[in-house]
Design a protein around this ligand. Structure first.
Ligand code: UD1
Length: 417
């Protein structure tokens, strides 16, 4: 099992080229299943989740090849509409292939994400929407058999919550369906717009991406295209958080400051300097940071839940008391235990965390509990005094492409063992 060994307390200085976004690469890989001919996806990050998505495509009968940051997918004749069980367990976003397989092959067999029953890991919004589009769903011993007896057709779908995954799945199912689909209260995350832009480039008719009403007019077929995946907002936020925790100045290139406003605003409240350029951000953090009185995670354009843990890591040593409210997920403070082991003063109760800034954190033996929680511990370790041993880093590899190389290049002392 691999781990990171980090010597904290070194300033970070230099340039980082930000990787492509995991959360747009995954649905776009699923979307490539809908296209005849070749899809060429550039700026695709080298992540275990991306490799898992490629395995799903291969097992469906597509040809999928990744060289450097470019994935080529040929989906001329996919023949197996089954999402393999281990991949469904390992990666929740395998669920994206449901809409794509239904759109292309009118059938899909899959297990529940994480192997749980419908209740605890809900995909109810996805399934309800697909039923409205003509999908029949039969459940047998934890396996969902989805078929389309009379063909997929457009529908009016109002989402009770603007779910990112449900919005994407509906779009994926609707692009080749008969007639028009209108989604209201759709999620507005930039990664959804990225998926839509890829599909438009392949010939799909979609309007309203980035707003809460998305209209899709089904077309007969799509043809693959060459497309560049957008930069990863959460990875950008992570490198900024690392510089805020350890002190230093970074220039992040190949990023999009516009999609990061909610996050940059919080860093500025803390006393960091962020200067926004067309495709780069210059960031510096010097001296003690200020606490943030209240931080609430919200659907885009609010503060993203995926950046909550990494901001908490920075707030541990900010002057004053910060309060974080997590409104998207019920149980997303599991990283707090590791931070406390490193000397942080954090109390959590339900969806609220209260962080009292301490003078410094110290190194400790800690474990990543999940992807962003792991990134939070890494962030904290860079600012802490002494050595941190961070285990269970497979969680981090799901979302960060060679983070030890990125951080070493700007002055961090971090080793993968
Ligand atoms: C996506 C992101 C994830 C991010 C999340 C919220 C990807 C691959 N993942 O996940 O990184 O943290 O958006 O920004 O893009 N819900 C239901 N029923 C459903 C679907 C969702 O109750 O059918 C609930 C979830 O339990 C959760 C909330 O809605 O409480 C938000 O989930 P959703 O927006 O769907 O997140 P994901 O698409 O899973």
């Amino acid at each position: 099992m691999q781990k990171f060994v980090i010597q904290g307390g070194r300033r970070l200085e230099g340039d980082i080229q930000v990787q492509g976004a995991k959360n747009s690469a995954l649905p776009i890989l699923a979307a490539s299943l809908l296209c005849n001919g070749e899809s060429v996806l550039e700026n695709c990050p080298g992540l275990s989740d991306v490799y898992a998505a490629c395995r799903i495509l291969t097992s469906a009968g597509c040809h999928c090849d990744m060289q450097a940051q470019t994935v080529r997918v040929r989906a001329d004749a996919p023949h197996t509409a089954v999402i393999p069980e281990p991949l469904m367990h390992g990666m929740r976003s395998s669920i994206m292939f449901l809409g794509a397989m239904l759109g292309r092959m009118q059938t899909c067999t899959l297990g529940y994400p994480g192997g749980c029953e419908l209740g605890p890991r809900p995909i109810d919004l996805h399934l309800d929407a697909l039923r409205r589009m003509g999908v029949s769903i039969r459940e047998e011993q934890g396996t969902l058999q989805c078929t389309v007896p009379k063909g997929l057709h457009g529908a009016r779908i109002h989402l009770q919550f603007p779910s990112v995954g449900a919005t994407e799945n509906i779009i994926l199912a609707a692009v080749l369906a008969k007639g028009e689909t209108i989604i209201t209260n759709a999620a507005r995350e930039p990664e959804i717009s990225d998926l839509v832009h890829f599909l438009q480039c392949c010939g799909a008719k979609i309007e309203g991406e980035g707003s809460s009403t998305v209209r899709i007019r089904g077309v007969k077929q799509l043809s693959g295209c060459t497309y560049r995946i957008m930069p990863d907002r959460i990875v950008t936020a992570t490198w900024l958080a690392c510089a805020a925790a350890a002190g230093g100045a970074l220039r992040l290139t190949g990023t999009d400051a516009q999609s990061l406003e909610g996050i940059l605003d919080v860093f500025e409240q803390m006393g960091c300097r962020c200067s926004r350029n067309e495709d780069s951000i210059c960031f510096s953090a010097a001296g003690p940071l200020r606490a943030v009185r209240s931080l609430r995670t919200m659907p885009y354009p609010g503060f993203p839940t995926d950046a909550q843990a990494i901001l908490m890591a920075v707030l541990c040593t900010a002057n004053g008391t910060s309060v974080i409210e997590e409104t998207i997920f019920e149980n997303r403070f599991r990283h707090a235990d590791g931070l406390v082991r490193m000397g942080a003063d954090i109390r959590t109760a339900g969806r609220i965390a209260v962080i009292r800034g301490v003078d410094h954190l110290h190194g400790a033996q800690v474990s990543a509990t999940d992807l962003r929680g792991g990134a939070a511990l890494l962030t904290a370790a860079l600012g802490a005094k002494g050595e941190t041993v961070l285990t269970e880093i497979a969680h981090i590899d799901r979302g960060y492409d060679a983070p030890e190389q990125v951080l070493s290049a700007v002055g961090a002392k971090i080793e993968r063992r």
